[in-house]
Design a protein around this ligand. Structure first.
Ligand SMILES: Cc1cc2nc3c(=O)[nH]c(=O)nc-3n(C[C@H](O)[C@H](O)[C@H](O)COP(=O)(O)O)c2cc1C
Ligand code: SF4
Ligand code: SF4
Length: 257
């Protein structure tokens, strides 16, 4: 069996889990296990693999927009194929797995199982819970590896034509569901802090453009923001000159009353 693991990872948590799942797959006998950051995985690539993994952080109580767009652009599989999903999160993944399953199904992806764990959260505005610190830790990674092994076995049975049950997720309602609904692209574009470039501080080093997960920053020759922002605020956090500045005061007050 050959496997492809596609992941989006802004700060490395999901990538570490992807690697652990990959070694679990290898340990269980997969001949090839290729890992690909989502920006490098084309819409047809998954057709060449027996088993596909998709990993994501949780942004705004669901999969980030770039992950959603990537799944929507996938070329459909001629025959349904086994998929595993995984996420790292700060404690509120809400319905992320359910949503991924729903997006993957019409493309021919059958989600057989999922893995999730905490991932230390770098989002700027709200008070952090101590329980995420240091995650994913050694125990999380060992569990991810075990999960990889289990998925290899399950996918093997699926591919051999056995009746294998798909993953089933309980719907999560309540406050976090409402927030996931509210935090849609138009709302984020309108109400979340704008990226203000201080041209007097910027040295046009290009670090922000290189790091932006959606290639939303064009260097011309200084940074210019396009219309693909997913409001991750990585550019603000990593600029060595503090030249990208956002006004967080209104939101910070709301989130940390
Ligand atoms: C923009 C942003 C939004 C986030 N929103 C959520 C969220 O709604 N729920 C949650 O559990 N974690 C949230 N997190 C935390 C991340 O999901 C978590 O830190 C994850 O491990 C990051 O993975 P990565 O290092 O692979 O990028 C958010 C982080 C960022 C940067
Ligand atoms: S990282 Fe900062 S200094 Fe470098 S190009 Fe971007 S805004 Fe300018
Ligand atoms: S422009 Fe900045 S905030 Fe927007 S997606 Fe890119 S890195 Fe994230």
């Amino acid at each position: 069996m050959n496997a492809l693991i596609v992941y989006f990872s802004q700060t490395g948590n999901t990538e570490r889990v992807a690697r652990a799942i990959g070694s679990g797959l290898q340990g269980a006998g997969c001949e090839t296990v290729d890992l690909a950051p989502i920006r490098e995985a084309g819409p047809h690539d998954w057709l060449d693999y027996d088993l596909v993994g998709l990993g994501t952080p949780v942004f705004y109580y669901k999969e980030p927009v770039n992950v959603r767009d990537w799944v929507k652009a996938l070329a459909p599989r001629p025959q349904p194929g086994p998929v595993l999903t995984f996420n790292t999160n700060g404690g509120n993944p809400t319905n992320t797995f359910r949503r991924l399953q729903k997006l993957l199904k019409p493309k021919g992806g059958r989600v057989l199982g999922s893995f999730e764990c905490f991932g230390y959260d770098t989002y700027p505005i709200y008070l952090k819970s101590f329980r995420q610190w240091g995650h994913p830790d050694a125990e999380d990674l060992a569990s991810a590896e075990t999960f990889g092994g289990e998925m290899a076995a399950k996918a093997g049975r699926f591919l051999a034509g056995e009746l294998v049950s798909e993953a089933a997720y309980k719907f999560v309602g309540g406050k976090h569901f409402r927030l996931s609904w509210i935090c849609r692209r138009p709302i984020l574009n309108t109400f979340f802090p704008k990226l203000n470039l201080r041209e007097d501080l910027c040295t046009a080093c290009g670090a922000c453009a290189g790091a932006c997960p959606t290639e939303n920053i064009e260097m011309a020759p200084g940074p210019r923001f396009l219309d693909r922002c997913i409001h991750c605020y990585l550019c603000e956090r990593i600029c060595p000159q503090n030249a990208i500045q956002c006004d967080w005061r209104r939101l910070t007050k709301r989130m940390n009353p």
